[in-house]
Design a binder for this molecule. Structure first.
Ligand SMILES: Nc1nc2c(ncn2[C@@H]2O[C@H](COP(=O)(O)OP(=O)(O)OP(=O)(O)O)[C@@H](O)[C@H]2O)c(=O)[nH]1
Ligand SMILES: [Mg+2]
Length: 285
């Protein structure tokens, strides 16, 4: 059972680590985010966890917040944010962050867990980059709140557990270790009917929810807040700006060696070009 939730606002320092100011808040919510590649089972997982009764409380074309009063969580409100597919080239990282930020507004007080969805049986170069992608989008602190959840559990060999499957691959084990060993499995298609045993969604969802409750307890109710995401966004923009100035300086130095006036002219032209091309507004907001 979830104990009382302690929450607070968080400020990211320049090193990316966080400082929490804790205050007591309502213990009645558990807000989780589903992250993963397109087609790996985010929507199906949301339905498996929430069941048919969930209500859509907010949605955009590609991000959804669904919620349900979960009986196995003593009537607490369980909210699930479904995000667009990771590595989806139709949107920039900024647009992805923007969508999640809108969702957080609907998840008071903030996000308690990030569930990284992978498929049993597939571990490509892109999956290997998944943690880096998530850290780039949400910051280093995100791993404190991360859980790996495999879909397509039916692909496990007879009698094989998800921990045993993970142990077969060094990279997979590393990924799970970085998520503090938190790993679970479901099968949204074939494990629906079974009420008990390992190959049952009912059993596996219970285990997952227990892990989430323990996480909330261990972190003393700290959560990932909108402010943390905004700080990561600002950091990205600052880095972008620094890289831009480095490039401009490099070009200016290359073409104007020993000619002071030419350097000033060239730098002005380049900066004006950048201004009109990218719009400074986009870099600072
Ligand atoms: N066999 C099996 N099929 C699954 C499982 N989970 C999802 N699928 C199937 O995989 C396909 C994609 O699942 P979705 O839940 O729509 O995937 P998604 O991550 O929401 O995809 P996007 O919304 O496009 O990002 C569907 O045909 C599902 O029926 C699973 O655990 N086992
Ligand atoms: Mg989906």
């Amino acid at each position: 059972m979830l104990t009382s939730v302690v929450s607070g606002t968080c400020h990211l320092s320049s090193s990316g680590s966080s400082m929490f100011h804790l205050s007591r808040t309502s213990p009645s919510e558990l807000n989780i985010v589903l992250l993963g590649r397109s087609g790996d089972g985010k929507s199906s997982t949301k339905n498996t966890i929430l069941g048919e009764k969930s209500a859509q409380v907010w949605s955009s074309a590609t991000s959804l917040v669904n919620q349900v009063k979960a009986q196995n969580l003593q009537g607490k409100t369980l909210r699930i944010v479904e995000t667009p597919g990771l590595f989806d080239t139709s949107r920039t990282k900024e647009e992805f962050q923007q969508e999640v930020e809108k969702c957080i507004t609907h998840c008071v007080p903030g996000l308690h867990a990030f569930i990284i969805i992978l498929k049993v049986g597939r571990y490509t170069a892109q999956e290997a980059r998944i943690l880096d992608e998530i850290k780039e989008l949400f910051g280093e602190d995100v791993l404190k709140y991360a859980v790996v959840l495999f879909t397509n559990g039916d692909q496990l060999e007879d009698g094989q557990t998800i921990e045993e499957f993970v142990q077969q691959g060094v990279a997979l084990q590393e990924l799970v270790d970085k998520c503090r060993g938190r790993v679970h499995v479901i099968d949204n298609k074939y494990w629906k009917q079974q009420q008990d045993g390992y190959r049952s969604n009912r059993v596996q969802v219970e285990k997952l929810l227990k892990t989430l409750e323990e996480m909330v307890k261990e972190s003393r109710g700290q959560y990932y807040s909108k402010e943390m995401l905004q700080a990561v966004k600002k950091m990205r923009r600052s880095l972008k700006l620094i890289r831009l100035f480095e490039n401009v300086t490099h070009v200016v130095k290359k073409y104007t060696q020993g000619k002071g006036w030419a350097a000033v002219m060239l730098a002005s032209v380049l900066l004006l070009g950048v201004y009109f091309r990218h719009s400074w507004y986009g870099l600072f907001h």
